[in-house]
Ligand binder design. Sequence first.
Ligand code: NAD
Ligand code: DAU
Length: 364
Amino acid sequence: MRSLKNVLVTGGAGFIGCNFIRFLLEKTPDFTGRIVNLDALTYAGNAASLADIDSRFGGRRYFFEHGDICDRALVESLFVKYGIDTVVHFAAESHVDRSILGPEAFVKTNVVGTFTLLDAARAAWKEDSGGGFRQDVLFHHIGTDEVYGSLGEAGFFTESTPYDPRSPYSASKAAGDHLVMAYGHTYGLPVTMTNCSNNYGPCQFPEKLIPLMILNMLEGKPLPVYGDGKNIRDWLFVEDHNSAVWTVMRKSASGERYNIGGENEWENIRLLEFLIGVVSEQAGLDIEKVRSSITYVKDRLGHDRRYAVDCSKIKRELCWKRSVDFAEGLSKTVAWYLANTQWVDSIRSGEYQRWVEKNYGERR
Ligand code: NAD
Ligand code: DAU
């Protein structure tokens, strides 16, 4: 098992990254190392998500570095400054709708940024003699199931499903994945990769379906459903994603990749109806009134119909399993948004309002 001492987390101020840092520092006693969080604090990054972690662990086991993963000189300096032996690469432009309206940032961060990190790791971890790498290092890449394209009514994505990305987001993520596997194959850089289905949980930016709907319900706003509402996603609680990532980082052989999923498929409209029940109960809203806010709007361009992940490999080989069922996870998520109004207010800046107008204004 790898020990992983000085871990560079990229994108640790975003949704999954901040939950990963919290998971390692609060819930993983066998991790005793240090975490360096490199994040550019784009609209999706929020240092407040880890304010309590910073005050408890800052300067000892947690370090925040504000910067861009495309900045080679900065990335190289962090490898030296902290003696980095592990990279967990979450940083990305992550929202499909934004990639449709502005793809350039996706190519920069998801392709050039991933390349920059890989190449800096290659230089930093090279053995002094021979062409090999230190034995105690690992580059773990966070991938998405969207690289596999869209399923029809049957079938699942396995690790050998051919890539078929169909949005600028998934195409840029696919390019990053290929670079990671190529650095493993060509140079022998110790790499692992996971491709996960849709996550939900605390601290998710409210441009994504679940937090957007929760907040719109609380504010009595329309609940915008794209197309016919019958697109299907496979949902997983964020902490279960992170426990899977940690399992792979510790136990997997180099060069391996694993799918992670919730085995929990929902049509968007059915999910929304379920969520309306949870929010109405916790917030004391009139459920019929909330239901009447469902509004079908113009579809997402190129909208993938169905994602469903076969995660039998990680279950079988590494003994990972989910621990949070959907009803429990949704209930925890809604409770978190109700309890953290300050966090919600802090991210709904002018930029967020402009995004809402740009994305939904065009769908009326
Ligand atoms: P997010 O958008 O919430 O957070 C992304 C973070 O990366 C932000 O903190 C942002 O500031 C930072 N960032 C963006 N560009 C950067 C740059 N150039 N340099 C440094 N930092 C930068 O994303 P998320 O939902 O937490 O997703 C994290 C990773 O997981 C992504 O790689 C995404 O593709 C993948 N993923 C997400 C999901 C999901 O359902 N959210 C599912 C599967 C895989
Ligand atoms: O599958 C993993 C992917 O899941 C990740 O790689 C992405 O980073 C993450 O954003 C997510 O992508 P989706 O496009 O599936 O997530 P999103 O929350 O944007 O949308 C989920 C579904 O809900 C999708 O079918 C579109 C639909 N939708 C979304 C929004 C924001 C609506 O119907 N209305 C909306 O307002």
